[in-house]
Ligand binder design. Structure first.
Ligand code: 5GP
Ligand code: MN
Ligand code: MN
Length: 330
């Protein structure tokens, strides 16, 4: 049961002294907020935490308390050093990226996550797939161990809730989410300032990239699917970083009548990162999973190892199939 997994997670925190806390590659607000929340919890328990991520933490999350302590594994390498690991917001082992090199053989691993595609790769798994965010599960954990958060911890958790619910708008915005957010506000969280930083600020590079990618918009004849593309040369020309593509996929999905929005992002010549969003019918997690990725029913992703044209062909075929199946049912 979930309660038993909270208990097992609490024991895991008790049983070790120094933890390596890691989130997923290309971290979002939930991943970074959860990573930092675990640091605050561990410190309160008198434990040590090393925080690591493959790649840089996005600039817009650098206001989170403790964010400057997160080590970039693509800059600093360690080999088999840590034997107590906590993963936050990682659906499967591959999402950890190069940080896996930091793990000692036979390490103990606590997997804290909310993705329906989580494959329970931990030695202890604290996974609740109806949670809106990993931050919501960590909120449950602090209640379970009866730890009263300070403003820092509350800010980290609130940011995870805010970003993974799209600003408390998506269908995962449950009464439990709102109750948690409400309680966190009671600890001094500044909702206006956080929303301003993570939802209402865009970089110039993002706007330039958006401008270019909107020109690539392809709508299917029935308007049910919308495809957008960002190429390597778009990234170079705009000076954009990988985080600057965030949100572009929504422009496709948000068009009236569109059920599935897809963004193709060229990360290398034969490596295409694909983002999927759906409106109300298509399970994009299963499409992504069939291509080696995963995610949630309405937001998922994968990486296709093929040149752009070939990747598009493969993905468009999968999306068409899924749309046809939905059409057959209704
Ligand atoms: P995004 O499209 O914003 O990169 O990701 C949307 C959702 O899909 C997120 O919840 C993310 O965790 C998940 N996701 C994206 N890419 C991958 C992937 O390669 N593998 C898995 N398992 N999940 C992914
Ligand atoms: Mn995430
Ligand atoms: Mn999440």
């Amino acid at each position: 049961s979930y309660k038993a997994s909270l208990e097992a997670a609490a024991s895991f925190l008790n049983e070790h002294d120094h933890f390596l806390v890691v989130n997923h590659v290309n971290p979002d607000g939930d991943a970074t907020g959860s990573l930092l929340a675990m640091k605050w919890i561990l410190h309160r328990l008198g434990k040590q935490a090393t925080l690591v991520n493959e790649g840089e933490t996005p600039v817009k999350f650098m206001f989170l308390p403790g964010a400057d302590e997160i080590i970039d594994a693509s800059v600093q390498a360690e080999r088999h050093t840590y034997d107590a690991i906590i993963t936050c917001d990682c659906a499967d082992f591959a999402r950890i990226g190069e940080v896996k090199m930091w793990f000692a053989p036979n390490c103990a691993l606590l997997n804290i996550d909310h993705h329906p595609t989580n494959d329970l790769f931990g030695t202890v798994n604290l996974v609740r797939t109806d949670a809106a965010a990993t931050a919501e599960i960590i909120f449950d954990l602090i209640n379970h161990i009866q730890l009263v958060p300070g403003k820092e911890l509350a800010t980290c958790l609130y940011t995870g809730l805010l970003t993974d619910t799209g600003g408390f708008r998506y269908s995962n915005t449950t009464s439990h989410v709102m109750a948690a957010a409400s309680e966190l506000l009671g600890y001094g969280v500044e909702p206006g300032s956080i929303a301003e930083r993570v939802l209402e600020s865009i970089t110039k590079a993002h706007i330039s990239l958006l401008q270019r990618s909107l020109q690539t918009l392809q709508l299917t004849d029935d308007d049910k699917a919308a495809y957008l593309t960002v190429t390597l040369s778009d990234l170079t020309a705009t000076g954009a970083s990988s985080e600057d593509t965030e949100g572009i996929v929504n422009y496709g999905r948000n068009i009236d009548g569109v059920e599935v929005g897809v963004l193709f992002k060229e990360v290398a010549e034969d490596q295409i990162k694909v983002s999927f969003r759906s409106r109300s019918e298509v399970d994009v997690a299963s499409i992504a999973k069939s291509l080696g990725g995963g995610g949630h029913i309405r937001a998922a992703g994968c990486t296709v190892a093929a040149p752009l044209m070939e990747a598009k062909r493969i993905v468009i075929q999968k999306v068409s199939e899924a749309l046809r199946e939905c059409g057959d049912k209704s």
